[in-house]
Design a protein around this ligand. Sequence first.
Ligand code: C2E
Ligand code: CA
Ligand code: CA
Ligand code: CA
Length: 279
Amino acid sequence: AKANGRNKYQFFAAPMNAAANKRLHLESELWEALANNELLLHYQPQLDLPSGRIVGVEALVRWQHPKLGMIPPADFIPVAEDSGLILPLGHWVLLTACRQAKAWLDAGIDMGEIAVNISAYQFRQPEFAQSVRAVLAESGLPAERLELEITESTIMHSADSSVTTLEELKAMGVKLAVDDFGTGYSSLSYLRRFPIDRLKIDRSFVADMESDADAASLVASIIALGGSLGLRLVAEGVENSAQVSSLREMACERVQGFHFCRPMPAEGVVDMLNSLRPG
Ligand code: C2E
Ligand code: CA
Ligand code: CA
Ligand code: CA
């Protein structure tokens, strides 16, 4: 009877735990992936709008799974964030990106700044700024070449300790960008309080620009706001030439998106840089 009861329980419990089990499985696979070098970085160029030159690259992590193929970050970053695995993963991303940027510099290739995404959990570690310092020392990359992309909600979550961390990073010379700007629904006063260098206009606004006049005026307002606060700007998710001309008219200095280039392995970005070089 006892065994029966247990089976009965499992009959109901199993479907409820399926999602949790899948997550647990993915989590342990992700640990292995990190140890087995299954993670890699792709890089997406950022272009100076007036000149069309590459002035920066964003590092984006991918998981080359031996059976499932390429897994996008949206499918595993949340799992990594829930499990704490984001700390070793984030460290790997930061170090790998800085090493790549240093290798380009050493080879006389000027890609501008390398932008690295930092997750909320990673940013909130008390020793985060120190770990960035250690990665810069280990890779030999000058701090000015590193730009950290942090979302609005990450910064706002615990504003007081955020200010401390951002100021430490700023003092090192690291650049700071607010990712997905405009989606955080927060007060704009933090822009004065925090030592931020750049706003990344969220791609949802750029996508709606052609069809929705409100989205277009939002983009124009963000560009004006950035300009008046002395912040640099980049519009992300630029997919067509109509968006490019609008952004040009709005005097947006920097753009990133599929229209110019998809994220790709490091060698691809070098080829693109060379093809853009005059002569
Ligand atoms: P994000 O930081 O907003 O990155 C931009 C995403 O937009 C990338 O997706 C990129 O491939 C995509 N994208 C670029 N241009 C276009 C475009 O023209 N149209 C459209 N529709 N999409 C475009 P990806 O690489 O799949 O990354 C998704 C998100 O995963 C990132 O959003 C970021 O939040 C996170 N992520 C990626 N790499 C890392 C990482 O190394 N660490 C952390 N913590 N998060 C990462
Ligand atoms: Ca980003
Ligand atoms: Ca973004
Ligand atoms: Ca995002």
